[in-house]
Design a protein around this ligand. Structure first.
Ligand code: GLN
Length: 255
């Protein structure tokens, strides 16, 4: 039986604010539908075979971890990740991982970390951190849907012409707090600032990624059987109500 292959990049270094929950969610939602799932970690020193990944996850981390990961990622994995996406694999990246998949990320101390260039985005440090709940509207599934998450970043990300945003911010700073965009999409790859865990309370996005990943594995379109998502939908609705009510801000301060 074919196995869905999930690759978790740097789980020991790049996984903050529940990011690992995204991998658990993807694995469970595939298993509940009867698919076999293999989750492989790929960290410092490990290579990555672009033909052996249906879905890649790259979570967030602080500047210190990003500086550790960056050279290894560029030398050992960046090209393979790009190739996997070009071959049709799905990818989800959050915050620090998203930044390292752009063309460059400059840390708060002014260190420029070159990125893998999967996304035509570049990230620069901002004068203050954006911290708080986020609500965005996204057309990724062919109709306008909401996504909720939690952001904590000082980096500001600006989109180039070869990438489109994941959505527009309703509450929160998103990519840069200026242009109303959040995240980036290139083929089956998504970058965003939404920690959370993101996917447990945004199941439609989890299923979009799974559909893409399963189609990559089976070389044909796959229709997912529906799951009973009433708890997930309740969680989503509760966060939407809270975020709208509170204006979304937890704290937003100067360095
Ligand atoms: N160090 C990055 C920033 O502050 C990413 C932080 C994160 O992944 N939460 O912008």
């Amino acid at each position: 039986m074919a196995t869905l292959r999930l690759v978790h990049l740097y789980p020991d270094l790049m996984s903050v604010y529940g990011d690992r929950g995204n991998v658990l969610t993807l694995a469970r939602r595939a298993q509940w539908r009867g698919y076999a799932v293999e989750v492989r970690a790929s960290s410092l020193g490990d290579s990555l075979d672009p033909r052996q990944a249906d879905l890649i996850f790259f979570g967030g981390g602080q500047d210190r971890e990003q500086a550790v990961v960056s050279p290894d990622f560029l030398q050992q994995k960046g090209e393979a990740v790009r190739e996997a996406v070009e071959r049709g694999a799905a990818l989800l990246s959050v915050c620090g991982g998203y930044q390292l998949l752009g063309t460059s990320y400059t840390t708060v101390d002014g260190q420029e970390l070159p990125g893998a260039g999967l996304f035509d985005v570049r990230s620069v440090p901002g004068p203050r951190r954006h911290i708080g709940n986020v609500l965005i509207e996204s057309d990724l599934a062919g109709e306008t849907r909401t996504l909720v998450g939690f952001e904590n970043h000082s980096g500001r990300t600006y989109l180039g012409p070869n990438v489109r945003p994941l959505g527009k911010t309703v509450v929160g700073a998103g990519n840069n707090g200026e242009d109303g965009t959040e995240g980036a999409v290139y083929k089956g790859a998504i970058g965003c600032y939404l920690h959370g865990s993101l996917l447990p309370k945004n199941p439609w996005l989890a299923d979009l990624l799974l559909t893409k990943a399963l189609a990559h594995q089976f070389h044909e379109p796959v229709e997912l059987t529906p799951l009973d998502d009433h708890l997930e939908e309740q969680a989503h609705a509760a966060v939407v109500a809270r975020v709208r009510g509170a204006g979304g801000r937890v704290r937003s301060g100067a360095w």
